[in-house]
Design a protein around this ligand. Structure first.
Ligand code: AP5
Length: 211
């Protein structure tokens, strides 16, 4: 099974991808996570990507396509995977086609822009295992540490209101056209990102016939 999660920044792609990954037994490949690891390790890629990400801009297509190609060649991707945050442009979607990758389903999580800023302001991430929480909607057990691995939770640098607004503009300009791209192929399903996380999860699992 090869699945893409589409949606605005903060729509809940990473959260749902994590749940589907556990249920379906396939890995989540998140280009955002790979880039943040490169930033943390101060690799040449990370150093080049940091200022773009902190300014809410996309990393160049050729860089991300190379990253993804390398990741998909690894053994754990043999039985399928979930793509979270890729493709983000038509050129990236065309790159998947050129690689001969047939996507089964594209889940587009819709959340209104007004809701996004509040969601991202409350997001907390685990630097250890990558789990995502929200201070109100999806808190960890003690609110400060990851329930899974115990690491102290942190806030992402690109979750400042002015950066979120820029990311939303870039999303509408460059990523939203992918909805039509995949709709034409008959594999797009749009899920309303609900107030209650469990409701969004139920809709997502139903869309993927994983209930
Ligand atoms: P990336 O890490 O992919 O960020 P994003 O797409 O902006 O998405 P987010 O991770 O911010 O949000 P999400 O939709 O996963 O939401 P989440 O589940 O965390 O990319 C970061 C940057 O890297 C990009 O801006 C770009 O610069 C670069 N990049 C990455 N990929 C690239 C590519 N392919 N090409 C070029 N550049 C690339 O949820 C958000 C919060 O809401 C959480 O706190 C969560 O707990 C909460 N929540 C989730 N669902 C619900 C719900 N239903 N109800 C209430 N709260 C909820």
């Amino acid at each position: 099974m090869k699945i893409i999660f589409l949606g605005a920044p903060g729509a809940g792609k990473g959260t749902q991808a994590e749940l589907v990954s556990k249920k379906a037994g396939i890995p989540t490949i998140s280009t955002g996570v790979i880039l943040r690891e490169a930033i943390k390790d101060k690799t040449p890629l990370g150093i080049a990507a940091k200022s773009l990400i902190d300014n809410g801009q996309l990393v160049p297509d050729e860089v991300v396509i190379e990253l993804l190609t390398e990741r998909l060649s690894q053994d754990d991707c043999k039985n399928g995977y979930i793509l979270d945050g890729f493709p983000r442009t038509i050129a990236q979607a065309e790159a998947l086609d050129k690689m001969g990758i047939a996507i089964d389903k594209v889940v587009n999580i819709y959340v209104a822009d007004e809701t996004i800023i509040n969601r991202l302001a409350g997001r907390r991430s685990c630097p250890g295992c990558g789990a995502t929480y929200h201070v109100v909607f999806n808190p960890s057990e003690d609110g400060e540490h990851c329930t899974g691995c115990g690491a102290v939770l942190t806030q992402r640098d690109d979750d400042k209101p002015e950066t979120i607004r820029k990311r939303l503009t870039v999303y509408h300009e460059l990523t939203a056209p992918l909805e039509q791209f995949y709709e034409k192929r008959g594999i797009l399903v749009t899920v309303e990102g609900q107030e209650e996380l469990a409701d969004t999860t139920a809709l997502t699992m139903k869309a993927l016939e994983l209930l």
